[in-house]
Design a protein around this ligand. Sequence first.
Ligand code: ADP
Ligand code: ZN
Ligand code: ZN
Length: 747
Amino acid sequence: MAKYANVIIDISHEKLDKTFQYKVPGELQGNLTIGMQVEIPFGNGNRRSTGYIVELTDTPAYEVSRLKEITGVVKDSIPIESQLIALAGWMRKNYGATMNQALRTVLPIKQKTAVKKQRLVRLAIGQKKAAEWLASFEKKHNTARARLLSSLIEQSPLPYEVVTRRLHMTASVIRAMEGLGILTVEEKRTYRNPLGEMEQGGTRPVLNEGQKRIVEQVWQDFSKEQYHTYLLRGVTGSGKTAVYIEIIEKITGAGRQAIVLIPEIALTYQTVLRFYQRFGDRVSILNSKMSLGERYDQFERAKNGELDVMIGPRSALFTPFSNLGIIIIDEEHETSYKSETMPRYHARETAVERARMAGASVILGSATPSIESFYHARSGEYKLLELEKRIEEKPLPECYTVDLREELRRGNRSILSEKLQELMEQRLKNHQQIMLFINRRGLAGFVSCRACGHVMKCPHCDVSLSQHAGGSMVCHYCGYTQEMVTSCPECGSKYIGGFKAGTQKIEEVVKKRFPGTRVLRMDFDTTRRKDGYEKILSTFANQEADILIGTQMIVKGHDFPNVTLVGVLAADLSLHVSDFHGPERTFQLITQAAGRAGRGKFPGEVVIQTYSPEHYAIKLAAKQDYYKFYETETAYRNLMHYPPCGHMMVMMTASADEMTAFLSMELLAKKIQQAQDKGRLPGLYMIGPADAAVAKIKDIYRRVLYFKHQEYGTLVHMKDVLEQFINSHREFRNVAVQFDFDPMNGF
Ligand code: ADP
Ligand code: ZN
Ligand code: ZN
């Protein structure tokens, strides 16, 4: 029963920080929630105004006698802003952040430069009158006026810029003719349309039985106002996107709107075109290359009812559609759906919450659903839908696993195994294309034995130890440290070290081994320039290159029918990342990479190179056995209490002073340890403190402390208590504290 409410009056970027505190009158206490629109007296004259509640509290921030009272609740309409603010409140609570950070995430940022006005010059008189004027200008050798008028007779209106730049008219000529009443200059606010030049048309596929069944089920539930979260597991190329488009068409036909989240990397021209061909100008996109102004425009168009469908990465989730009907998250297993800035929200969970608030359905789609989502599908929280077959029953590719230890024993030290070289040679001869994939995700600083494949692991956390400068190996969860080994504890081999191979190195090796082949490289270097990414993709799609070498960028959703061989050069790079997601990432990457092969006329083959051929993630990925992988992986996580079989929270302290960062964390850990010793925190595991995976960024030192508990809610509560403690102790004056729940990329 909060007694005070913080209210924002005007939702615009500049004023978001500016909240005003009001007293909650007795009759409203207990009836107010975050996001509600309320009536309030404002300013010196106590002008009647409205505002949005962003926080409710029991502790007044000012002298109570000076606070004014909320006079009422606005009832008749619930603006979309109310819903988004309520969502911000939910995010703040569940992910840890200030309300201001949460508001900035969900509300579009208004930019002063955002307004782009189009000026038009329009003929203001009839054709007959115009012809008379024209004759008179020509007679007086008023060539400029004559030229402008004859252009306008031909076409009206004309954009102002065309008149000035193309026809070379000065402003004074235009003004003079406006003064004569011949033309008018009008201003119209326009919103930038990022899809301006796309072509409409295209064919509509006839859905197969499996696709139809799924469309029907979602649509029937929707029609009965049963809004569920569905998990659509469909192998690569099974026609998921076609299903999304069909469902969206039905839902927008019913006057509701749709948000489609697609990882930025998969948001290609091809994909967007498919949506554009069905929805035309009623669809728009967001992406990170757009300016804030452009992004704001797209949100305004959505709010004004000009759009039915918004496609974009994570942030498109906050599109202010007032009658949202469905949210679709494609490639739902992607780590980019987790925010890396405060609030560190997960788009999947946040989408489910937004849909709950709006009365909308959610579809999560993937060929390799995240363990979390499949877990929810198993428990019945999500409804499972499946597409088992590729379109036209194209077979999934044949997978070969190559043991790199074996290669070494046979004296092959190349990055390319014999099997891979042999198949590459074949493909080049047959003019088919090849993709070589190297995973460079995260910090692949693990240490392993090249002879037997043994990987150095933390004895407490079962994650790979990371190589540190100064000759030690460290666990990023608990801080366990060990001297760098010089020989393998398993087999005694001295051939031990980190694994290093970049795209550039591979390019060299490939060019040397297959002289004269046309090789393309896609990585952060070659795609930094605008359009670099699309250009490489289209060159490869046009078969102007034989081999595409790339990082995880190349495995996402591209359709190259002539690719019949995919090489995964070092599956171990994702297997031994220093957190518990290693096996899951590896299974996903191999499956996605394999999904690139054999999408056209010819069947595909995949070569997986690894030092750990017996690892379940690799074995089961080669067999494309998702179910078995899920069972094995959840058994392991259950044992270790890793999400989703339990929950994790990581707290980070950061300070410019190394000692301060260190001591502040020690203090917190000690406090929690004391509470645990008294039996106060049952079921809680504390791990650490340790240096963050990135222990220092821009001279700011970072320490982390991990917690595990069965209940998410308990961890949220713990965060609240810790925040309070931190805010009320001077020791934390110069310390920034951040929280992350069920971390994916870590600190
Ligand atoms: P996914 O999203 O599961 O990878 P897509 O929807 O992209 O699958 O479909 C793969 C390819 O098959 C695309 O080229 C698509 O146009 C085509 N396709 C999808 N559904 C059908 C269908 N029912 N009949 C024929 N072609 C289809
Ligand atoms: Zn060894
Ligand atoms: Zn550890």
